[in-house]
Write a protein that binds this ligand. Structure first.
Ligand SMILES: [Zn+2]
Length: 249
């Protein structure tokens, strides 16, 4: 059940609160609006989070609530590229926390946050721990590209993300720009010395914002990634529901 498409009466079961008990878990997609090179849209991470969430909800053997996606995340590292939006980790954590609190207020106190952006990972881990420890909701973050088994490089706007787009929204990939994307991109994320990444912003090491070679991307690999991510998410949902946790409610 997608909250944005349901009515409140659908959700409440015509006022019978017991119906809500049929739904065990809520999925909350979170993404970003940030540069993804010259060939992929600014909304790539949000689109990926929404698509993986939908695939996981379909693969799961049971009903889940799907919340609308949070579209702006912790992306200041891409601030030099036009169109990138960002919020501070404090604001992001607060927004995720209060959104999960409102899900929990309706009884959905098992929550998987489905993440599409690497820059959100640290803040999500912290806020999900807080919600769990406080007894608000048992909440875990799932970052799709960390969950999948793939030989493709994640990079940034690289083979993995571009493949996913080819499988889900191919019209959003500017194929005529893939050569340029590869030519001006970086081979790896960051500038490293003694185990330290010297660069705080992607513009310092990736002229056009790309890391990895998106010419290695194709639809077939994207489908495989999506299948894998959806299966892994469905498995996680089952474990999250079964896990012992002490509600503070
Ligand atoms: Zn991305």
């Amino acid at each position: 059940m997608h909250l944005a498409e349901a009515t409140w009466t659908d959700v409440s079961g015509d006022g019978n609160a017991d119906d809500r008990a049929d739904i065990d878990v809520a999925l909350l997609p979170v993404g970003s609006t940030e540069q993804h090179g010259p060939h992929a849209p600014l909304g790539t991470d949000t689109l990926a989070a929404e698509t993986v969430t939908a695939r996981g909800a379909a693969a799961y053997d049971g009903e889940v609530v799907v919340a609308p996606a949070i579209p702006v995340g912790v992306s200041e590292e891409h601030r030099h590229f036009a169109g990138t939006l960002w919020v501070s980790p404090d604001t992001f954590r607060a927004y995720v926390r209060e959104t999960v609190e409102s899900l929990a207020a309706h009884g959905w106190d098992r929550v998987v946050v489905v993440n599409g952006h690497g820059g959100n990972v640290d803040a999500l881990r912290e806020v999900c721990a807080r919600l769990t420890r406080d007894g608000t909701a048992y909440t875990v973050p799932f970052t799709w590209f960390e969950a999948v088994e793939s030989s493709l490089e994640m990079g940034h706007a690289g083979p993995m993300e571009t493949s996913l787009l080819f499988a889900t929204q191919p019209e959003l990939v500017r194929e005529g720009r893939l050569e340029d994307a590869a030519a001006d991109g970086a081979a790896r994320w960051g500038e490293w010395e003694a185990g330290v990444n010297l660069a705080y912003d992607s513009a310092a090491f990736a002229g056009n914002g790309v890391v990895g070679d998106p010419r290695e991307a194709d639809e077939q690999q994207g489908e495989a990634l999506l299948d894998d991510a959806g299966e892994r998410l469905a498995e996680l949902v089952a474990v999250v529901i079964a896990r012992e946790w002490e509600s503070g409610a």
